[in-house]
Design a protein around this ligand. Structure first.
Ligand code: DON
Length: 564
């Protein structure tokens, strides 16, 4: 039944063997003091080292964030942005927004060509595709407010990995080579991701001297070491040479925002997640609210009823996302309405238990009132602090442009805006007024860093990459833990199905349900049921039960979990 997982596990095993780490099937680990799950085993080890040195989960999360910028450059970053949800040992929950912002020179129609069509080359692979990076400001601010260690201490491992290099595994070397046609367009990108133009091989030492220097400037000078001085000068010089928009003013004025976290309740559990400008928390809570009146646990994992109800909830929540979600600093997002149980009841009232709805007949809810590559990591420490971070350059390796001299990639997050009402972005997501481009605005995100609390204790720390599929991946992990009582490894490994309103198709990972269930779903009118293999998301997660901290890296990719 789990052939794809097995195949992947063998791939992981081979990579582990090839990389010489000596640990077999090291995807799930258990500890009593602390743990990190991330897309990079090296970065997870950095986090646990920081914990062992006496750092708390925030210190470790910041160290992992900077390490991922070195060891997982397609998504780990200092040229991108992300979100962090923190639950402190005292029970306080915080949500930090270090999402990129549109440069001040950005304009609503900047990605439209002479015919009024969206120019995807421009929105994805140009310097104009980059929002003002937020990761450095976010990491440093979290460290200052809630960490216990110095910048120099938490950044030392990342600087060492960049300066001394590390042995590439087959996964990373292969990924660099797959992206080479893009890197070849930019001298600085090709210089980093190839050996003087020849492909890297597994086992080669990957050294990033310019990146090490950029990290050292941050380590020594803090925020000013990135948003002012030589790094800022190099970013702005590249922008000015090649038609980008980011200015010194944009960099200096970049602000981190601590927002009120999204809080919902699902079957006696507190669900804490990211508020707008991420759609993640709102949409996740909407779906859980629609499902709560139905006993998913009894209906069973992968049953026709469970899949049907989940697809119908996804359909409605994603329709609302397209209409109502955007940067709350620019648009009045009706958050309270969208996440209320009453609204969920109304919204799900037209759900037919026996037949699929037609997305063409499902419109965003209206009432009289008054948005492939990202990476998620989870950290917990011995005191009970928990940190859930999703960070991104948007596309894999962002716009694939390395800032000459500075050694890091720039994001292409501007594509997350709705460049034109009704035109799908690279994830097929629709949007309009709420998520149009405006100077200084944050683009709508789907990133859903989430923490689930039961009886006052952190139960689950999770999140995922995957563009529009992120919310769905988090939903499946949450449901697998709460409704189906699974442990973290099973909850994350289980195949997932997916629907995003439009296109009106149900995509599913192999073995998400039986052939009989598939036939029943088709008979109910569900359209376009498509087996997509095994690869929705990368939910590096932690579950804490009975004092045991269990961390897993998603078997869909080559990551690593570390615990002690
Ligand atoms: O913020 C967002 O929703 C997207 N920029 C995330 C991109 C992503 O997950 C790509 N990963 N596979």
């Amino acid at each position: 039944m789990f052939k794809p997982i097995l195949t992947r596990s063998i791939a992981v095993l081979l990579v582990v063997l090839l990389s010489g780490s000596g640990q077999l099937f090291a995807n799930t680990v258990t500890g009593e003091n602390g743990a990190v799950a991330s897309r990079s085993a090296l970065a997870s080890d950095v986090g646990v080292e920081i914990l062992k040195q006496g750092g708390n989960a925030i210190d470790a999360a910041v160290a992992v964030g900077f390490a991922l910028a070195v060891t997982y450059p397609s998504a780990g970053n200092i040229g991108g942005g992300g979100f962090m949800v923190v639950r402190l040992a005292n029970g306080e929950v915080l949500a930090q927004d270090h999402r990129e912002k549109a440069p001040l020179a950005a304009s609503t129609d900047m990605f439209l060509d002479a015919n009024g069509d969206v120019d995807r080359e421009l929105s994805l692979f140009s310097l104009q595709a980059s929002g003002v990076p937020g990761s450095v400001a976010g990491m440093l601010d979290a460290l200052e407010k809630y960490g216990t260690m110095t910048r120099q201490e938490v950044m030392a491992p990342a600087i060492r990995l960049a300066e001394e290099g590390f042995a590439l595994n087959a996964d990373l070397a292969g990924d660099f080579n797959d992206t080479m046609p893009y890197f070849q367009r930019h001298e600085a990108s090709q210089a980093i991701f190839s050996k003087n133009g020849s492909p890297y091989q597994a086992g080669d030492l990957f050294v990033q001297k310019d990146l090490a220097e950029s990290l050292k400037r941050v380590s020594e000078q803090g925020r000013d070491g990135f948003y002012k001085g030589p790094t800022a000068d190099m970013i702005v010089a590249e922008m000015q040479r090649n038609g980008g928009l980011i200015s010194h003013e944009d960099l200096e004025s970049y602000d981190v925002v601590w927002r009120t976290p999204m809080r919902g309740d699902y079957r006696g559990h507190e669900i804490w997640s990211m508020p707008p400008p991420s759609s993640g928390g709102v949409v996740l809570l909407q779906i859980l609210n629609m499902l709560e009146p139905h006993d998913i646990g009894v209906l069973g994992w992968g049953s026709t009823r469970t899949v049907h109800l989940t697809v119908e909830a996804l359909r409605r929540a994603y329709a609302d996302r397209a209409e109502h979600l955007g940067d709350p600093d620019f648009y009045p997002v009706p958050v309270e309405k969208l996440i209320s149980k009453d609204y969920a009841r109304e919204r799900f009232a037209d759900m037919n238990p026996a037949a699929a709805s037609d997305s063409e007949q499902i419109f965003a809810g209206n009432w009289n009132t008054e948005s492939t590559e990202t990476t998620h990591y989870s950290v917990v420490d011995a005191d009970g602090n928990a940190v859930s971070v999703t960070t991104t350059l948007n596309g894999s390796y962002g716009n694939r442009i390395v800032v000459p001299g500075a050694g890091f990639l720039l994001n292409n997050e501007m594509d997350d805006f709705s460049a034109k009402p009704g035109a799908p972005n690279m994830y097929g997501l629709l949007g309009g007024e709420a998520n149009k481009i405006e100077p200084g605005k944050r683009m709508l995100s789907s990133m859903t860093p989430t923490i689930v609390v039961k009886d006052g204790q952190t139960l689950l720390v999770t999140g995922s990459p995957g563009g529009s599929t992120i919310i769905n991946t988090v939903l499946h992990v949450v449901m697998n833990v709460i409704d189906h009582g699974m442990g973290v490894e099973e909850a994350v490994a289980k195949p997932r199905f997916y629907h995003q309103w439009k296109p009106d198709v149900v995509r599913y990972e192999t073995d998400s349900f039986s052939a009989e269930t598939k036939a029943e779903l088709e008979a109910m009118g569900h359209r376009g049921l498509t087996d997509s293999g095994y690869g929705y998301g990368d939910a590096n997660s932690i579950v804490i039960r009975d004092g045991q901290i269990e961390a897993t890296s998603d078997p869909r990719s080559v990551g690593g979990a570390s615990a002690y």
